[in-house]
Design a protein around this ligand. Structure first.
Ligand SMILES: [Zn+2]
Length: 335
């Protein structure tokens, strides 16, 4: 708070004398924009006897507050003759000299108003513009806000609720430009699959540092490499071999072990199907022309009775053991 300097005018000839009830505070601007037209120069103007028929209690610039008349003096500043402006209010002139800082001058005026309100128990609604009393466009700059601070801002300063209103700077990146929220790799992968990030170099550029991680997940999603590959189904042939080797047990245990393949495996084992049969290598003696020697070589029964049985099985009728029948049977048995 800038302290109040007193430079009281010795004569009250340009006033109505004492008797001010101090019910109001009236705000003015000097309207003198000349350099050096500050509080001191206006105080001096009053001290040496104002050339105009006018007087006011305080003048305020950006650096100081100077009091010219005691608050109880009825000064001539409101243009309302014997009205409440002149008779019941304290007049404050805010300097608008071009070499001063208007906003700081307004701030000092607000501080002064606060003090006076407290001192004389004046309500905020009784802090008024010169315009209120005479219709003059005063305080001009506060009324039109042309210097970036409005009457409302001034009242705000007096109330202490706000500072001087300065137009907010655009907040780049927070409100005007909303930053995209960080997306998860999973979201980005889904977007890639949906085609939102293009392909090749475009996709690389779009995803930036997350490209590798996203691409890996995309591949997993598309190719299913994330899930464990299913164990390759064993062929019936393999299962038959395993079953014969005792790996699937017997009876119910085998049924359970082979599951849906049980019947197929059993069919092969029982010889009910020919599919898994591989061309078997010729067995036994392949050179001999003797059926008996051949049967012996495969450790089979070479008796006439068995030969007749085999012959009948292979469609040789009326087997009697003739050389032709033997040759025919040998051929059949060798496959
Ligand atoms: Zn005025």
């Amino acid at each position: 708070m800038v302290s109040i300097k007193q430079q009281l005018v010795p004569t009250r000839s340009l006033t109505s004398g004492v008797g001010n009830l101090c019910n109001y505070i009236t705000i003015h601007e000097t309207a003198n924009t000349a350099k050096g037209a500050n509080a001191q120069s206006h105080a001096n103007l009053q001290s040496k006897g104002n050339s105009r028929l006018a007087s006011w209690h305080y003048q305020v610039d950006d650096k100081e507050i100077i009091q010219s008349f005691l608050d109880n003096v009825q000064c001539w500043h409101a243009g309302d003759g014997q009205g409440k402006g002149n008779m019941e209010s304290i007049g404050i002139e805010i300097c608008v000299n071009s070499d001063g800082n208007f906003k700081n001058a307004v701030q000092n005026a607000a501080e002064l108003v606060k003090q006076l309100m407290e001192k004389h128990n004046i309500p905020i609604n009784n802090v008024v513009q010169h315009n209120r009393w005479s219709g003059k466009d005063c305080p001009h700059n506060l009324r039109d806000g042309s210097k970036g601070i409005h009457w409302g801002d001034f009242i705000g300063l007096v109330k202490g609720s706000t500072g001087i209103h300065i137009p907010p700077k655009p907040e780049v990146g927070s409100e005007i430009i909303s930053k995209p929220k960080n997306k998860s790799i999973d979201q980005l992968a889904d977007e890639v699959i949906a085609g939102k990030h293009g392909s090749g170099a475009d996709r690389k550029k779009s995803l930036g540092s997350q490209y590798d991680a996203v691409q890996k997940l995309v591949n997993e999603k598309l190719l299913g490499t994330k899930s464990k590959p299913k164990p390759a189904e064993k062929s019936i042939d393999t299962l038959v071999k395993e079953t014969l080797a005792g790996k699937h047990g017997n009876g119910e245990a085998r049924k359970k072990s082979l599951g849906k393949n049980y019947q197929a495996v059993q069919d092969v084992i029982n010889g009910n199907t020919s599919t898994p049969k591989k061309p078997s290598k010729p067995k036994g003696d392949q050179k001999t022309n003797s059926i008996v020697d051949y049967l012996k070589s495969i450790k089979a029964d070479s008796s006439f009775a068995n030969r007749k049985k085999l012959a009948t099985k292979h469609g040789i009728k009326n087997y009697s053991g003739t050389p032709a029948q033997n040759t025919q049977l040998l051929k059949k048995l060798r496959g």
